[in-house]
Design a protein around this ligand. Structure first.
Ligand code: SF4
Length: 314
């Protein structure tokens, strides 16, 4: 827990004392807040399994992307519920009891010490599921090193390698400076990716979301992954860009560009991974003020999150 004093858990290195209630760029003190937890069936197949992935969405975020679909829980007025480490551990074991295929920790970078404590408690209480670290990629290798004994699958964004694109969509160029050391950490310290006979994925699944009008930046990302990480990681190519609040109008990726991306996957030798279909008629913008923020077919909340009033819990 000393890591919360003079906090440098993420690349911002704010050096604030979060144990005193101070907050840095992530907007969170050392009190863990969770926005939602439950089963979600919209993740990649080995992560969702038959009944859904056991999601735990943390409140706050060190990045403040312009297009964030989870803006209600990641921005300046992030909503969420304070939970103790005991409660966090109980959430994990309850997700397992509900049939989750994995424990999926979404944007937990700023709570790494507490998450480690909760995983240790949950493992002692019988948790056996694989743990997924679901991250923007805006991480520090030193913090990932702390986590690595506890993580089975890194579900890591690689948003862009372009400073211009990073400024436009991630509101900072710091993302580009941070992501290369993270990818080197994965190449050097995370085991190569593999699927078990039971259908569980271990290692690293790199997610890349295509930004509108930035096809060449996506091609650069694909070339980078192919050349630097090769078969060490699997790729998940996503085309669901859907800004919840847009100050400008974005064109969705068209069929021609989508085909170019699929051709690039083939020519660059990607033979393991996932590519989202174009034109899926689902809105991916969750509403975290509801018991179930997602479309009904996609998710079921843990009982703990039914009927909670966010305004009372802050
Ligand atoms: S986790 Fe939060 S307080 Fe700590 S360095 Fe990152 S943004 Fe700053």
């Amino acid at each position: 827990m000393r890591a919360y004093k003079r906090c440098s858990l993420c690349p911002h290195r704010c050096l604030v004392d979060r144990t005193n209630g101070e907050v840095g760029v992530c907007g969170e003190s050392s009190e863990v807040r969770v926005a939602w937890s439950g089963l979600h069936r919209g993740e990649e197949p080995p992560i969702s399994g038959a009944f859904g992935s056991g999601m735990i969405f943390f409140s706050g975020c060190p990045l403040h992307c312009q297009y964030c679909q989870n803006y209600q829980i990641s921005g300046a007025d992030a909503i969420g519920h304070v939970v103790t480490i005991d409660e966090l551990a109980t959430m994990m074991t309850e997700l397992q009891a509900a049939g989750a295929a994995t424990i999926n920790l979404v944007t937990g970078t700023h709570f790494i010490p507490s998450i480690i404590g909760a995983i240790e408690q949950a493992r002692s209480a019988g948790l056996t599921l694989p743990i997924v670290w679901n991250s923007s990629g805006f991480e520090r290798p030193a913090a990932l090193q702390l986590l690595s004994p506890y993580i089975d699958l890194y579900l890591m964004d690689l948003k862009t390698l372009s400073g211009d694109v990073s400024r436009r969509f991630c509101a900072t160029e710091a993302y580009v400076e941070a992501i290369e050391p993270v990818m080197r950490f994965i190449a050097d310290h995370v085991r190569p990716t593999f699927l078990t006979d039971e259908g569980a994925l271990y290692g690293t699944l790199v997610r890349h979301l295509v930004f509108p009008g930035e096809l060449e930046a996506s091609m650069e990302v694909l070339r980078y992954i192919s050349e630097r990480l090769g078969s060490h990681v699997w790729l998940s190519l996503m085309v669901q860009f859907e800004p919840p609040v847009a100050s400008e109008r974005f064109e969705r990726i068209n069929e021609f560009d989508y085909e170019r991306l699929l051709d690039a996957l083939e020519s660059l030798g990607f033979d393991e991974g996932y590519a989202q279909e174009l034109g899926e008629n689902v809105s991916w913008i969750p509403d975290f003020r509801r018991d179930n923020p997602f479309p009904p077919d996609f998710a079921d909340p843990l009982p703990y999150f039914i009927g909670l009033k966010y305004s009372e819990s802050r």
